[in-house]
Ligand binder design. Structure first.
Ligand code: HEC
Length: 159
């Protein structure tokens, strides 16, 4: 076998591999795309635990009530949303920016992450734009998200 044949075989193999890999990647990424807006991601128990601790240490609990029997006085005055009942995946009416027009968004991953990172990007209708931009890393926000997601009733309903 000369060098040339070798190269031809290699090229043929590469094309075959690409023909298999590229459509597979397509299917995988389009699946990920579908998931992006999916309200029903399952909270990871380990991240829920981390998030639960962060919800205390990052003082989220002072404004956002998570237990009907434990009020969050700081949040009451600001009309901070409670994380009680079914809220994940629901529509939320928000001002698009402070005093901006009212738009409807879904309470999903993206909305959660943005709400924590930039509280003033969208202001829940009827609430006072008083949520402090508490410094959190993306990892911390992810853990907080899993915890808050786990509080939404829909998780129990699905069982
Ligand atoms: C000083 C009180 C306060 C603290 C502390 C606070 N928030 Fe908020 N938060 C608010 C208020 C008020 C709103 C509604 C106004 C707005 O959208 O910015 C809000 C909105 C949100 C929303 C959007 C909720 C919805 O129903 O649309 C999320 C998510 C959120 N906060 C998460 C957090 C997390 C996580 C923490 C801790 C890192 C936190 N908040 C700390 C007051 C607070």
């Amino acid at each position: 076998m000369n060098m040339h044949t070798n190269k031809t075989i290699r090229t043929a193999l590469l094309i075959t591999a690409a023909a298999v890999i590229i459509p597979t990647l397509f299917v995988l990424t389009s699946k990920a795309e579908d998931k992006k807006d999916d309200a029903d991601f399952t909270p990871d128990p380990k991240l829920v635990e981390q998030g639960k601790t962060l919800f205390q240490t990052k003082i989220c609990f002072t404004c956002h009530q998570t237990d009907p029997n434990t009020p969050a006085p700081a949040g009451e005055a600001l009309h901070a949303p409670k994380f009680i009942g079914k809220f994940w995946g629901e529509d939320v009416k928000v001002h698009n920016g402070i005093n901006g027009p009212i738009i409807t968004v879904k309470f999903n991953k993206e909305y959660f992450m943005e709400s924590v990172e930039q509280p003033m990007a969208k202001i829940v209708e009827g609430a006072i734009p008083g949520m402090a931009p508490l410094p959190t890393t993306p990892e911390e926000r992810t853990a907080l998200m899993h915890y808050v997601r786990s509080l939404s009733k829909k998780v129990e309903e699905k069982k």
